[in-house]
Design a protein around this ligand. Structure first.
Ligand code: FES
Length: 581
């Protein structure tokens, strides 16, 4: 078992609490106004429970209850737990997009950890951006940390059918346009979508990032899939509270866990679960906070041969509740290990190798976690496309795409931005049919700003009414992890940064060839250069009056490297700042 330091030893919290100076008395005395006995300041690990609870982050609305269980675990193990609210980037409320606030949340978490008497942290997260932002902040301080997610909602059910978070929303909004259901049907279904505490119940971004945290080794085994309201979620929280105290004593830090092997395991797991394309930007950004040199090429190389075996929406049929009953992520990790696709020795928060945690896992339902010969797709990883339309890369999720469209050549129908798309898409006069390729610009990190989840543009009604359900779509945007379709995303460089996407015009011919990893526009290099020379960068909406959006646009990097801020990359450690009193 991992053990890098002897115990007892002096921890960083003792710089605040361990002594008799005026400053020590100041720090200790004020905390005692909450009724803490003096012996709690004797040098035991102080554990910050970094809680993204917020009533405006409904997916994390139950985390204060879970925090009580974490506290119980910390007390049991001899630590001193303190619950600390941190920035909560809610996916379903933040505008223009929660992604614009991921880096801000990571910055706030990093400073919260470093500037306060925290020896170890429990990262209490759930909704999409809360998980990567807290892991990024923890990685940049390298203070021992363990992830506890809130768990997914129970299955939604409507008229005898499963209702998957997000996935049903996209499907029904298209069904209305196609005349298949009524607006009242849609409203009735709303009541059935979110019927318990927890995160989206599909293999959307929240479930994907919970799975990534577990696959990276940053959460205890089995954490990802336990439903938010299952008693075992509370047990997981309590066990994690116990564990973080031991991690502090052993000095087991994020830098010990977030190794190249850990990232490679996570990328392969993403392929096996049919995970969200958002994991690409989040893991690239997280790696950027460590010494691991991760790239888009790693995503393509490592995921290429991984079959998608988890039969969950949006790629498949079931929901997270059923994934948990089938055995959850440990089964997937075991299967990857048996196939030679897992670094079995990768260290986890348990203090031991990942293989020890998963080797005895049992698959209780082979229709939910499929055998390899019945995989949803044999090549489930994220396909990374390159070509003269995406010199730095673009991504596509094969398991959510239509096989017949994976090689397609079509006429571009161009939308200059999301407003242009919304203004035109429902107009029957729009010159478009199902053979066309929809292209949307200015939705990348700088252009939107924030890189919104609008890449899965809804199809035009006149195409939907023919019974067509998919078309090739290309943009520099992201896509919700709950969405699906033959959608090329994260095209880099983005249009607002002067990538070739900026100069695509109606009628240009574009070729997509996923097997060849090619995204090509039929223009000569000279024509592209001439169009770019005449191009002027747009002003990103909302950035003219200063404030955070201006900071964001000035410092955000491209999606191909994770869309982090240039000045936040790397680990700045946890040296105790000097006191001011
Ligand atoms: Fe919060 Fe899906 S919107 S988890």
């Amino acid at each position: 078992m991992f053990k890098k330091a002897e115990w007892p030893r002096r921890l960083r919290s003792q710089e605040w609490y361990g002594g008799t100076s005026r400053d020590n008395i100041y720090h200790r005395g004020w905390l005692k106004n909450q009724g803490y006995p003096h012996d709690l300041f004797d040098g035991r690990p102080v554990i910050g429970i970094l809680n993204t609870w917020s009533e405006l982050t409904p997916c994390n609305g139950h985390l204060r209850e879970l925090a009580q269980k974490v506290k119980a675990g910390v007390w049991e193990a001899g630590g001193f737990p303190l619950e600390v609210p941190v920035f909560s980037a809610s996916e379903n409320t933040y505008r223009p997009t929660a992604m614009m606030y991921r880096n801000l949340a990571a910055l706030a978490v990093e400073e919260t950890m470093r500037a306060q008497p925290i020896d170890g942290a429990v990262l209490l997260v759930g909704c999409d951006k809360t998980t990567p932002s807290l892991m990024m902040g923890a990685a940049s301080t390298d203070i021992p940390s363990i992830v506890v997610t809130g768990g997914p909602m129970l299955n939604g059910w409507f008229r005898g059918e499963r209702v998957g978070s997000g996935t049903a929303l996209w499907q029904m909004s298209e069904d209305i346009k196609a005349g298949k259901i009524t607006p009242q049907d849609f409203l009735d279904a709303e009541q059935a979508m979110s019927r318990s505490s927890g995160t989206c119940n599909t293999m959307g971004t929240a479930s994907t990032m919970a799975s990534m945290a577990e696959a990276l080794g940053m959460a205890l085994s089995g954490n990802a899939a336990i439903p938010g309201v299952d008693a075992r979620r509370k047990v997981m929280a309590q066990l994690s509270g116990r564990r973080i105290v031991e991690m502090v004593k052993d000095d087991l830090k994020p830098s010990d866990i977030l190794t190249r092997e850990a990232f490679e395991n996570a990328i392969r797991v993403n392929g096996a679960i049919g995970g969200s394309t958002n994991a690409v930007v989040h893991l690239l950004a997280l790696a950027g906070r460590t010494k691991v040199d991760l790239s888009l090429a790693d995503w393509d190389r490592l995921g290429r041969d991984v079959p998608t075996i988890v039969n969950l929406m949006p790629s498949g049929k079931y929901l997270m509740e059923e994934f948990f009953y089938a055995g959850g992520l440990p089964v997937v990790l075991k299967r990857l290990g048996e196939a030679g696709m897992l670094h079995k020795d990768a260290l986890t928060v348990s203090g031991g190798p990942v293989w020890d945690e998963v080797k005895d896992a049992v698959n209780w339902n082979e229709d939910v976690i499929l055998p390899a010969d019945r995989a949803l797709t044999a090549s489930g990883g994220i396909a990374v496309l390159k070509g003269n339309l995406a010199p730095l890369g673009a991504v596509l999720k094969p398991s959510a795409a239509t096989p017949a469209l994976m090689k397609h050549r079509g006429r571009a129908v161009v939308f200059e931005d999301i407003d242009d798309y919304k203004a035109k898409i429902d107009d029957d006069a729009l010159d478009i049919d199902e053979t066309c390729i929809m292209v949307m610009k200015n939705c990348g990190p700088r252009g939107y700003p924030g890189m919104a989840e609008v890449g899965n543009m809804g199809l035009p009604p006149k195409v939907l009414k023919k019974g067509i359900t998919d078309m090739v779509r290309i943009s520099d945007a992201r896509m919700s992890g709950t969405a699906y379709g033959t959608v090329v995303l994260h095209t880099s460089p983005e249009a607002a940064a002067g990538g070739p996407l900026a100069i695509v015009r109606d009628g240009d011919m574009i070729e997509l060839d996923v097997a060849a990893r090619r995204l090509h526009i039929d223009l000569t290099d000279e024509e592209i250069a001439a169009r770019l020379a005449a191009w002027h960068a747009p002003v990103a909406p909302g950035t003219a009056n200063g404030g955070y959006s201006q900071l964001y646009v000035a410092h955000v990097e491209g999606a191909d490297t994770g869309a982090d801020f240039d000045f936040l990359k790397g680990c700045r450690g946890n040296e105790v700042p000097r006191d001011s009193h």
